[in-house]
Design a protein around this ligand. Structure first.
Ligand code: NAP
Length: 249
């Protein structure tokens, strides 16, 4: 069977890094994309290689089209023709009310959380689609339960960006369903990563914990398990689905 080649955007830390590690164990060759933390990306690659897998770290800001084009060209050159994509890189912007947010924050969040996944999906479809000579594959978008909860008083724009990702998942899944490509999303609840401190609200995790039905914060590995399932042939009849992985939230 041909090698499975996976690109994970934002694969150097948090949920993305857990996806890279688990995917390598499942036999994927993995492109670990990152924006600036080279040491973190290199350490994910080293872990994969120590376990006998194949991985490369590729720096690219996926909110920028020129970087996305270079990222995919590097994956082609270093690993081969892509078969799987996880659109994972995302930011929240600093937590505040809508009546206080500035345009720069809105632009930064929409560029990375919406434009980036669309550009990456476009480049992936060109490689996966049987219409373009590919042999099919799968895309998983990382959404958030925020898309249905709305994140009032925190970051409504972030919730809205994930709403866009849910719509893209549904529409793109239908668009490419007859071209051998499945498109699904995983919507995590609260997961222990550095994204919360980056939002300027490190106390958020403890504040939200009591509202989680099963009473605990998720681990990145628990999100990765769901992503690997949706990427795999075990999910062969699943497309256009949005799977909540949120402890019931
Ligand atoms: P994280 O720990 O902050 O890691 C973010 C990753 O994205 C890092 O690898 C970072 O690389 C990369 N990144 C940031 N900006 C980038 C850019 N412009 N281009 C390419 N890569 C970029 O985040 P996380 O918590 O794992 O979140 C991953 C995804 O899950 C996001 O889409 C997030 O919205 C979603 N999510 C998270 C939670 C949660 O509770 N953690 C809940 C629901 C959904 P550098 O270090 O090099 O910048």
């Amino acid at each position: 069977m041909a090698e499975k080649i996976l690109l994970v955007t934002g694969g150097s830390r948090g949920i993305g890094a857990a996806i890279c590690r688990l995917a390598a164990k499942a036999g994927y060759a993995v492109a670990v994309n990152y924006r600036s933390d080279k040491a973190a990306a290199d350490s994910v690659v080293a872990e994969v290689e120590t376990a006998g897998g194949r991985a490369v770290a590729i720096a690219a800001d996926v909110a920028r089209e020129a970087d996305v084009l270079r990222l995919f060209a590097e994956v082609d050159r270093k690993l081969g023709r892509l078969t799987h994509l996880v659109n994972n890189a995302g930011i929240t912007g600093r937590g505040q009310r809508v009546d206080a947010v500035d345009a720069a924050t809105l632009e930064a969040v929409f560029d990375l959380n919406i434009l980036g996944p669309f550009l990456c999906a476009r480049e992936a479809v060109k490689r996966l689609s049987t219409l373009h000579g590919g042999s099919g594959g799968a895309i998983v978008n990382i959404s958030s339960v925020a898309s249905s909860l709305g994140s009032p008083g925190e970051y409504v724009w972030y919730a809205a960006s994930k709403g866009a990702i849910d719509s893209m998942t549904i529409g793109l899944a239908k668009e490419v369903a007859r071209e051998g490509i499945r498109v699904n999303a995983v919507a995590p609840g609260m997961v222990m990563t550095e994204i919360h401190a980056a939002s300027g609200d490190p106390g958020r995790v403890e504040r939200i914990r009591p509202t989680i039905p099963n009473g605990r914060i998720g681990e990145p590995e628990e999100i990765a398990e769901a992503v690997l399932f949706l990427l795999s042939d075990a999910a062969s009849y699943i497309t256009g689905s949005i799977l909540r992985v949120s402890g019931g939230r």
